[in-house]
Structure formats: structure tokens, C-alpha cells
Design a protein around this ligand. Structure first.
Ligand code: BTN
Length: 247
């Protein structure tokens, strides 16, 4: 089935990822199903954070995907796939978005979209994945000042439905690469769109604050940063981005 061939539309839900997970538990969902909501009462972000969004103003959805043959060691391909789809559609509508590793979508130094991927593993394979996407579309005011939306960037109202269809089109294109095992292509496209790639910035690791340069990602998706002493690889919890301009 094509991604988005079946769309379940909800007015309000606690979290589209939770709703999808329940359908999975009940065995009532097929690959490619999209669960879209106007409002979430307990929207979830990465690392236990909450995802806030004004009702009806943004795109809030989860898509259920069952890869035919994706091994656990290649699960980062799902992050590459999703981030790329979002950046592609934003660029198509004239917004110069980029990917802040590992899967935040930024427009200069403001976040425009977030991704929450929850995988179910069976043996050494990814049995299925719930990919939750929150894309800021028409919301104009954010409690968190470092957030933006499509309308804030373009000064015009944008239809959530038309964006969803653009995104589903992109997902269907890139999903073919993932299913064919063309993971290197996804990885290189992801790298091309990475925020701050090869630019000096300020970071913090367990040794303290330092100026370094993101030089790429490892095969497993770790972030490579060039420090004075050489290139170091970091997992999400091991590195904090401090500021774009090195002091
Ligand atoms: C993040 O950047 O912290 C991830 C945010 C993910 C938010 C989306 S909104 C739709 C889906 N349902 C959720 O509860 N979370 C994701």
C-alpha cells in the first residue's frame, strides 16, 4: 500500500503516536496508514519533552511504516528518510530549511518541525515504525522563542492538507530507496542538508565547552565533530549545541 492511502483524521487525541501504537496493539493498522489530528492534549516530543501546538494551526500526524527488510543496525535510515522528506517539501515552497542532527528541522536558528520515531524490533529487524511529525504551519506565536512556522517565514496562510499531500508524495518516492536498501543515497542526501555542516560552532561535551566543526555522521548515525585534538563521535546525550557562532 502507498503511504497515505489510508488517512484517519481526528479532531482531538492525546498523541497521534499513542493512538497509532494502540491500533498496532489491536492489529488494526496497515503499512502506510496516516493518523492526522487537529489537536493533541498530550503531544510528545523527543526525550520525554512535551510537544505543544495550537489547535488546528499545525500539522500533527503519525505514519505507520513496516519496512520489508530493515536491520536494527540500519535504523538510522528512518531518521534520514523522515528528515529529508520534510526538508525537501519546505525547500520546494521556498523555505531554506536544514536538518539539525539528528532529526530537528530548522530554518536558520529556529525550529520549524520535530520528529518522534518509535520502532518495534523483532530479532535483528525493524518490524515497524511509528513516525510522528509535528510541522509548524500557521501558528504565529510560540512560547519558545526559538521556534518558527511556515506562515511566519512566508507571511501567508498555507493549507495543512496541501502540505500533507506534498509530504506523502515525497515519502513515497524516498521510501522506495529505503526498501531497495539504497541507504547510502539517503545518508548522503541527509548530509547535504545538514545544519552547520563544516561551519565552526560552539558545543559542549563532558570535557566542557569548545569550538568545533561538524564534519559528518558515522554509518550508525553518530555525529562527527572536529575538535582541536581530532575528530570525535557523539551520541545524542553526549553533546550539546551551544551557539552557531563560535566565540
Ligand atoms: C521533537 O522535536 O521533540 C519531536 C516532536 C514530535 C511531535 C509530533 S506531533 C505528532 C506526533 N505525536 C506526538 O505525540 N508527537 C509527534
Amino acid at each position: 500500500m502507498q503511504i497515505g492511502q489510508k488517512i484517519i483524521r481526528l479532531d482531538t487525541v492525546n498523541s497521534t503516536n499513542n493512538y497509532t501504537a494502540n491500533l498496532v496493539k489491536e492489529g488494526k493498522i496497515v503499512h502506510g496508514t496516516v493518523i492526522l489530528a487537529d489537536e493533541q492534549t498530550a503531544g510528545r516530543g523527543q526525550r520525554g519533552a512535551i510537544w505543544l501546538s495550537n489547535a488546528g494551526e499545525n500539522m500533527l500526524f503519525s505514519v505507520f511504516l513496516s519496512p520489508d527488510n530493515l536491520s536494527v543496525k540500519n535504523q538510522v535510515a528512518l531518521t534520514h528518510f523522515t528528515s529529508l522528506c520534510l526538508v525537501e517539501i519546505l525547500r520546494k515552497i521556498g523555505i531554506s530549511a536544514s536538518i539539525k542532527w539528528p532529526n530537528d528541522i530548522y530554518v536558520s536558528d529556529k525550529k520549524i518541525a520535530g520528529i518522534l520515531i518509535e520502532n518495534t524490533i523483532s530479532g535483528d529487524r525493524i518490524a515497524n515504525s511509528i513516525i510522528g511529525i509535528g510541522l509548524n504551519v500557521n501558528q504565529m506565536n510560540f512560547e519558545n522563542v526559538s521556534a518558527t512556522s511556515i506562515q511566519s517565514e512566508k507571511s501567508e496562510f498555507v493549507s495543512i492538507e496541501s502540505l500533507l499531500f506534498m509530504l506523502l508524495f515525497e515519502m513515497n518516492l524516498l521510501w522506495e530507496h529505503l526498501e531497495k536498501g539504497d541507504l547510502e543515497l539517503l545518508r548522503s542526501k541527509y548530509l547535504e542538508k545538514m545544519y552547520l555542516l563544516n561551519q565552526q560552532a560552539t558545543f559542549e561535551d563532558q570535557e566542557g565547552v569548545f569550538v568545533g566543526k561538524i564534519t559528518g555522521i558515522s554509518e550508525a548515525g553518530l555525529l562527527k565533530i572536529e575538535k582541536e585534538i581530532g575528530v570525535k563521535m557523539y551520541d545524542l546525550k553526549e553533546i550539546k549545541f551551544i551557539s552557531q557562532n563560535a566565540f
